[in-house]
Ligand binder design. Structure first.
Ligand SMILES: [Zn+2]
Length: 301
C-alpha cells in the first residue's frame, strides 16, 4: 500500500524550529518508503489566524527544499465536507448550551483539562439561549493505539476528557473533526506530528470509528522546548526560521530527532542533504522526551 503522509500547519504565525522538526519527520517517514507527502493548511480558526502566515509557511518550506504531491488543501475550503460528517454523526451528538463558566463550576479538572460534566447530554428542553456548541457523546471503553515513537497509548474518553465539542458555539468546526475528515479525504495513512497532539489521537480514532474511516498509523515526535521549558510556539513568540543557513538548520533538526549526522560541509546543496536524509532516516532513533534544541547556534550560525 502506498504510504501517504502529510504536514498540516495552522497559519497562526511563521514556521519555527519546532514545526520544522515535525515537517522533516513526516516528510522523511513518507519519502523513505517511496510514499507521497501532502501539505494542508489548517486555517479553520479564523480568529487565531495571522494574515500572510500561510504564504510565509509555504515559502519557507519551499526554500528548504520540501516538495509536496498534489495541490495544497485549505481547510477553509472544506466546510461542506465537515457539514456532511456532522450529519453522519448526528445520532451521537447533542447541542450544548453551557457557557465556559458553567463548565468551570460543574466540571472537574482532569489530566487533559476541564472535563465536561455531561450537563446537556440528557437535556429535555432547549434553554432560551440560542447559541450552542455540538458535542460528541463518548464512552469509557479504552481507546488505544500503538505509536511508533511513544508505544502503547490509551484513554478512556468519557471519564478522562468528557464529551467533546465538534462544532463550536462561534460556528467554527473543531480541529478534531476537521483533521479526521481531511485525512480520510486525502488518503493519509501515516501521521507523524508533534507530541502535543498525542492526547488528541484517541478522540480522532473514536471519530474515525464512528465515521467508518480508515485508521492511519501514528508517530508523535518530541517537542522542541525553549529555555523556559515551554513548547516552542507562535504563542510564546518562537523565532521564525529563515532561509539562511538552511542545511545547518536542517541538520540541527535531524540531530534533535536523534539521527546521526555528518557535518554541514558534507553537503554542497539542499538536494544532496535530502538525498542523504531520505536514505538514512531512522524512526527508531527518535527520542521520546522533549528537549531544548533551540539555541542561536542551532539555527543561525
Ligand atoms: Zn452543556
Amino acid at each position: 500500500m502506498l504510504t501517504v503522509g502529510r504536514f498540516a500547519p495552522s497559519p497562526t504565525g511563521p514556521l519555527h524550529f519546532g514545526s520544522l522538526v515535525a515537517a522533516i519527520a513526516s516528510y522523511l517517514a513518507a519519502r523513505q518508503v517511496g510514499g507521497k507527502w501532502l501539505l494542508r493548511i489548517e486555517d479553520l480558526d479564523k480568529p487565531r489566524e495571522q494574515a500572510g502566515a500561510a504564504d510565509s509557511i509555504i515559502q519557507t518550506l519551499q526554500a528548504f527544499g520540501f516538495e509536496w504531491d498534489a495541490e495544497i488543501l485549505y481547510q477553509s475550503q472544506r466546510l461542506a465536507a465537515y457539514h456532511e460528517a456532522l450529519a453522519h454523526l448526528k445520532p451521537h451528538t447533542y447541542p450544548c448550551y453551557c457557557s465556559r463558566k458553567d463548565i468551570q463550576q460543574h466540571g472537574h479538572m482532569g489530566e487533559y483539562g476541564l472535563i465536561y460534566p455531561g450537563t446537556c447530554r440528557n437535556r429535555q428542553q432547549t434553554p432560551s439561549t440560542q447559541q450552542h456548541s455540538i458535542r460528541l457523546r463518548t464512552h469509557d471503553k479504552p481507546v488505544c493505539f500503538t505509536d511508533a515513537v511513544r508505544g502503547e497509548y490509551c484513554q478512556q474518553l468519557e471519564s478522562e476528557l468528557g464529551d467533546f465539542v465538534i462544532l463550536r458555539a462561534d460556528g467554527f468546526f473543531a480541529y478534531q473533526l476537521a483533521v479526521v475528515v481531511d485525512d480520510e479525504f486525502q488518503g493519509v495513512n501515516q501521521i507523524v506530528r508533534g507530541a502535543d497532539l498525542l492526547d488528541n489521537t484517541p478522540r480522532q480514532l473514536y471519530l474515525q470509528q464512528l465515521l467508518a474511516f480508515r485508521q492511519p498509523v501514528y508517530a508523535h515526535v518530541p517537542l522542541v522546548l525553549n529555555a523556559q521549558g515551554q513548547k516552542l510556539s507562535k504563542q510564546n513568540l518562537a523565532p521564525a526560521i529563515t532561509a539562511e543557513h538552511r542545511i545547518r538548520t536542517l541538520l540541527a533538526a535531524m540531530r534533535f530527532l536523534g539521527q546521526t549526522c555528518p557535518t554541514t560541509n558534507s553537503f554542497a546543496t539542499l538536494t544532496e542533504f535530502w538525498d542523504w536524509a531520505i536514505a538514512n532516516w531512522d524512526m527508531s532513533k527518535v527520542p521520546r522526551i522533549h528537549a531544548q534544541a533551540f539555541t542561536d547556534d542551532d539555527i543561525a550560525t
